[in-house]
Every structure is written in C-alpha cells, then in structure tokens.
Ligand binder design. Structure first.
Ligand code: GUN
Ligand code: FE
Length: 461
C-alpha cells in the first residue's frame, strides 16, 4: 500500500515487488500475476536470472508493505528530555530548558549516548528518513551523522547556527558559525555530491531560527546553501511571541518569511517547521519560493503554540510533511504525528464551524495522513522522485507492517463489524483499507516488523 497523491490510497493486493540488492532500488511491481519470482525479475530487468539468484519473502495474509515514514523535523539532542518541560511556552521553554541542555553537547560522550538512543527509537518507529537538528557543536554533529549512517537510516543532518540572542554559555560568533557549518558540510559529504539521492546522510543548512541569527550569519548560510546545492531547514511562525520577536530583530522585513527570503534561504530545498501563525505575505513567499512546510502538531499542542492549517497549505499547492519536533513534541513517532495532525485538523474544523467562519474544510482522513507521513514528507525533503511511494525506480525505503504481531494493538479483522466491512466490490482491497486506517490510529512499534532503507534491512523484530 502507498499514497501516490494526497488522499489517494493505492492498495495492490496479490502483488509482487522486486528490489535490486546492489542499487537498493525497486526494479518492478507486478499485480495479479502468478508468474514465478525469477520470471518476474527477468521481465523487469531484461537480464537472464536463475531461480537461485532471487531471494524471496512471502508476506502472507497479515503483513503489508508500505513506504518508510519520513520525519521532516526533529532535534536529536532533545531526545534526552522527551516528555518533560511542557509547562512553559516556546520562548521560555527554549531559555529555561533547551539551550541549557543543548549546551552540554560539547561533551562528545554525551552525544554518543543520546544520539545512539535517539536514532534507534526513530528506526524502530518506522522512520526511514529524517531531517535532524544537532547542536552548535561541530564534533557532536559529526557524531550524530556517523550514528545515523551506522544505523543505516537516511537523513539530513544540520549543525545548528545561533550567533545572537543566545545565552553566552551556548552561542558562537558569526565567523565560528559559518566556518563550523562549512567544515561540517565537508566532513559529512566527504567528497560525495549533495545532489546524489543515494548518499544516505547529507548535510542541511540550519539557522536555528531568525531571532538567534544575525543578518550576516543568515546571508552567509544562504551563500553556503547555494554554493553546495544544499537543503535548508529552520523554524517559522511557530508562536505569536516568537513571530513578534523575529520582526523586532529584523524591523526592515515586512514578514517573518521575508527575513529568510532576503538572505537567500527560501527556495524549493527549504523546510520550514510549524508555520502556524502565517501572514498573507508569509503564505505568498512560501508558495512562490516552493518552500516545504513541516507540520509538527504534537509540538504545537505541547508548547501551546497554536494549530497549523494544513488544508490551507495543501489547497495552495504548498508541500507539507509531518514532523515530530522532539522534544517540543513529546513523541518521536510518525504514527503519533499522524494522529496529532488528525486532531489538529478536526480542532480547526470544529472551531470554524462554531464561530461560523467560512471554508472550514474537511478534516484530514487516514489516506491523507499517510500521504503526509510518506510522499508528502518526501516532497518536503526534495526526495519525491526517490522515496515516498513503492514505485519502480525509487529507492526501497519500506516497512513490513505486521497486523498479527504479538501484543498488537490493532484488533484482528474478525472483530470488525460487518457494517464497516465489504463496502466495495473487491473484498480483499477493502479489508486492507480498514487495516490501514487502524494502522494510522492504533498501531505502534510492535506492528513494525521490518524496516528497509535503500534495500537494506536495518531493523527487524
Ligand atoms: N525554535 C527555535 N528553536 C526551537 C526548538 O528547538 N524547538 C522548537 N519547537 N522551536 C524552536
Ligand atoms: Fe523544532
């Protein structure tokens, strides 16, 4: 199962999918075919293949293959205080807990411990690609990149930049920030091309957010991104106090987005987290520049930031994916992000209906949520041609979901009421639709039996 477009759930029951072990790519998909595996591979590749050359796995009646989940926004150092500190709103939360904690990552041993645990949790939860923030420390960021590579996960990793409005125990000069970023880019790429989608771990330019970066820092980062063809990530319009502070820091800019835009940081390789409190000018710049939005509903609820309007982005053709934003968000899980995104969209629909506002729209459904967590996220990452669906030619980043796993929170199909079953002609396809809806709202790590990245098995229960 996969979601080639927003709202389109594609079920291919009785299907076979072939992966080339060398390239890690999908070489073909066959539906309703009784052909032997070697025969299918011969058709897909046009090469003479013997029965012994093909390794096959039969998923059986309770397992399903789906694309890996994409987390478009998370902070690796913040895994250390998951579930804690949500008594304060964003700006106070940053000053009181986050900066103090992140400053400790000058200690490489701490980084090793926390990052190993963080990446393991992400992979177990079915996340095959993530956009990570590290801290300002070059060494710890290199450790994060190495840890991810060792785990076999696909990722963008960013060295956080902050050269103003930061406490002196956790700050850097403009030159330090730019030089360390450039050093990090070279260290992670090691001569490989940032444009090569097969490179597992790649650097991403990461100004923390406009308030903590000087204009010279932002412009320098914009130049680095352009020179090395790199993606960019930051935070945008997360809370009302943060928006006001950003504008205060850059009084010449007409909107928060205009700050990033003026520095050359707004383009189709840019990921902006949150986008809750967007002015018309913010919407226009994001749309016109092809910026992708990372919707982080758990964080937006947990820090009382507000409720982002995903439907509005989608309707305007703005790419949207999901982010866990650990630990502004308390759950490092894209399943949780899908559920929180559902709650956020229903909250908006209900609030608008009750205040008789126009264009309440419809809440996000299971197929739309799964799209946001897979192909939507892939598009935000600039990877829509490489991952996100189970199409021929794409990298095989995928999950085997097991609905009969021990302790599975998803009930067996035999208990599904008849009124919900068999609504369409194809019974088998309809049964899978219901299970996928239950996957979105009920499943957990116990249902994620195997995780593949680039054709490589990186996790199995
Ligand atoms: N804005 C700037 N830094 C952060 C951060 O670490 N988390 C969140 N949620 N917002 C931010
Ligand atoms: Fe964040």
């Amino acid at each position: 199962a996969d979601t080639p477009a927003m709202g389109t759930l594609r079920i291919r029951a009785r299907a076979a999918l072939g992966v080339d072990r060398r390239s890690g790519r999908i070489v073909g998909v066959a539906t309703e075919s009784d052909a032997a595996p070697a025969q299918l591979v011969r058709e897909w590749t046009g090469e003479p293949v013997g029965d012994g050359d093909v390794e096959t796995t039969d998923l059986g009646a309770d397992q399903l293959l789906m694309p890996g989940l994409v987390d478009t926004h998370t902070h690796a150092p913040q895994f250390a205080f998951l579930g804690l500190g949500h008594d304060l709103p964003l700006m106070e939360w940053l000053e009181t807990y986050t900066f103090r904690h992140e400053s400790q990552f000058q200690d490489a041993d701490l980084a090793r411990t926390i990052y190993a645990d963080a990446v393991r949790r992400m992979v177990r939860g079915g996340c095959t690609m993530a956009a990570y923030y590290g801290t300002i420390h070059l060494e710890a960021c290199c450790i994060l990149a190495e840890t991810i590579r060792d785990a076999g996960q696909r990722a963008y990793v960013g060295k956080v930049c902050m050269d103003q409005n930061a406490p002196d125990y956790y700050s850097e000069t403009t030159d330090e920030s730019l030089q360390a970023t450039e050093a990090f880019v070279h260290a992670v790429l090691g001569g490989q091309s940032a444009a090569d989608d097969g490179v597992l771990v790649r650097p991403i330019i990461t100004p923390r957010f406009a308030p903590t970066c000087s204009a010279r820092c932002l412009h320098g980062l914009g130049r680095l991104a352009r020179d090395h063809q790199l993606p960019i990530q930051s935070h945008l319009c997360e809370s009302p106090a943060e928006v006001a502070f950003a504008k205060e820091c850059f009084p010449d800019c007409v909107s928060y987005s205009a700050i990033y835009h003026a520095a050359g940081l707004f383009g189709p390789r840019t990921i902006m987290a949150h986008c809750v409190h967007m002015s018309d000018d913010d919407m226009r710049l994001v749309r016109e520049c092809g910026v992708g939005v990372s919707h982080c509903p758990n964080s937006n609820f947990s820090l009382s930031s507000g409720v982002a309007d995903v439907r509005r982005f989608v309707d305007q053709g703005i790419p949207v994916g999901l982010g866990t934003d650990v630990s502004g968000g308390y759950a490092p899980s894209l399943l949780d992000a899908m559920r929180m995104a559902a709650a956020a969209s229903r909250t908006l629909v209900a609030a608008r209906r009750d205040s008789a506002q126009p264009a309440a729209g419809s809440p996000l459904d299971a197929a739309e949520l799964l799209f946001l967590a897979t192909q939507g996220g892939a598009r935000v990452m600039g990877m829509q041609a490489s991952i996100g669906t189970l199409d021929e030619g794409k990298l095989f980043d995928a999950l085997v979901v097991d609905f009969a796993a021990p302790g599975s929170p998803v009930p067996p199909p035999s208990v599904t009421p008849a009124v919900l079953r068999h609504q369409q002609a194809d019974e088998l396809e309809q049964a899978w639709r219901l299970r996928i809806e239950q996957f979105v709202f009920l499943a957990d790590d116990r249902n994620i039996a195997r995780v593949y990245v680039g054709g490589r098995l990186i996790h199995a229960l």
